[in-house]
Design a protein around this ligand. Sequence first.
Ligand code: GDP
Ligand code: ZN
Length: 529
Amino acid sequence: RINNGSFQNDTIYALSSGAGKAGIAVIRISGPACIEVYKGLCPAKPPPKPRYAGVRTLLEPGSTNTSDANIVDSDALVLYFPGPKTITGEDVLELHVHGGSATVKAVLAAIAKCASSEKIRYAEPGEFTKRSFLNGRLDLAQVESLGDTLAAETEHQRRAAVRGNSGVLGETYESWREQLLLARGEIEALIDFSEDQHFDESPTELLTNVTRLVDGILHSIQMHKLGSERSELLRNGIRIALLGPPNVGKSSLMNQIVGREASIVSSEAGTTRDIVEASLDIRGYLCSFADTAGIRTEESELICNPDQLSSFTIGAIEREGIRRARQKALDSDVVIVLASVERTENGGHWISYDRETLELAARAQKCLVGINKTDTVDRETLKLLIQDFKTSALGHVQGLEDSEPLTLSCKAAATQAAGLTDPGGVHALTEKLAQSFSELTSLPGDMQHLLGVTERQNQLLSECQLHLENFIQEARIRAADGEGEPDVVLAAEHLRLAANELAAITGRGDSGDVEEVLGVIFEKFCVGK
Ligand code: GDP
Ligand code: ZN
């Protein structure tokens, strides 16, 4: 157990504000040498009242007068927070200095000179937060949500991260753990004394009561795992695939969405030969948006294209592109299938779509169907075409029978016709997308905080779940037997193991590999946090 009140002997310091150009830079110092550092930089004046800001001139440590040559920074704002009720649980000194990089460098160098090198050093990534944890100011669940908060790039990521900050999750796991350990204690008492002592509950009653408790926790674990899965979508991004035959306007649509409805989050967009992917922020949701090579099949071309008079074959390269597009559809949370209005050689119209793609898309969690190039046809004809498309195409696909296709025109969207709020319907499509995202990631109102459950916690909850299920099985076998001694030793052991998994979530209790867990969590932090 390394985590209870183990105060560190050395003092750490780091630049805590962003490293870019800014008016003010915040430097944080934490540890027993804070006052020493203060006196080194401001020998003439006492420190400001705790938690109040004071204006000070910072001097080169050891200088004997306040001549300009000795000034490191003037008009710095200094705050002193005596431990233990501070962010790290230690004494903390905060210096708000001028933001220029030369000033920051000079102040950091001056701090290093205020105490011997065994006593003070530059902080490692996440070390301030690590000390908060070690000194009991934050539990691991809060540390993780802090990490998520710092990493949040989109609005919904930020909101999910904030859910975990409150400490409610940690308190919940801690209370489950206590209840399980208490139950284990009662069962063990049974083992030790059942021969010669009288108990209020018979062994069967006790097992039944504990089973009820465990059932309740198992049910809650299900909810917590759901929360984690939903927030995983927010953290890692919702995967969207754009599918349809060649030439229906998939790339045009992607450009329109990126250009007007979304912003690009990462420029590391993976571009393979036949799938173009971009990481987008659509209405606050992180999405990975994939524009695929067109999918077509010989049959569908023959069915819907009136100009396609004879059968043809699809070449090897196109076939590979189609295979990858199909795989992408299977790997995505949301699929947009695009069809388009096309003109026949003699001036008629038809809708280009691929039946197999529709079937594939219908299997995704969410599927949107759009018909593009509606600018090429008059309203009346469009109505008839859509009616026909609904009965002859969507009507035959399970799950899409009742879906209403969205009418789109990337051309109109690109030209931005005057007076129209949503030329081309790209805005309406984005609204539909956002609605799907919301449905994929939402939780009932009283469960919002479960969005704070991280992937690591989810895994530990799964382990805990297994142990609890084992317990239930053990307890049930006994109940069904009716005769023979219940293996209460084994049952109690399952409870202990389950409690251990919960301890690993918050980092409290005596879970063995706290150091390992700390390593995993803190490596993601930046210096100064
Ligand atoms: P993809 O193969 O599905 O990615 O289709 P593209 O986006 O490359 O578009 C194929 C062709 O259709 C291009 O010549 C586009 O200019 C054209 N196109 C795309 N959207 C529209 C539209 O809404 N109206 C019209 N008239 N043409 C469009
Ligand atoms: Zn394309």
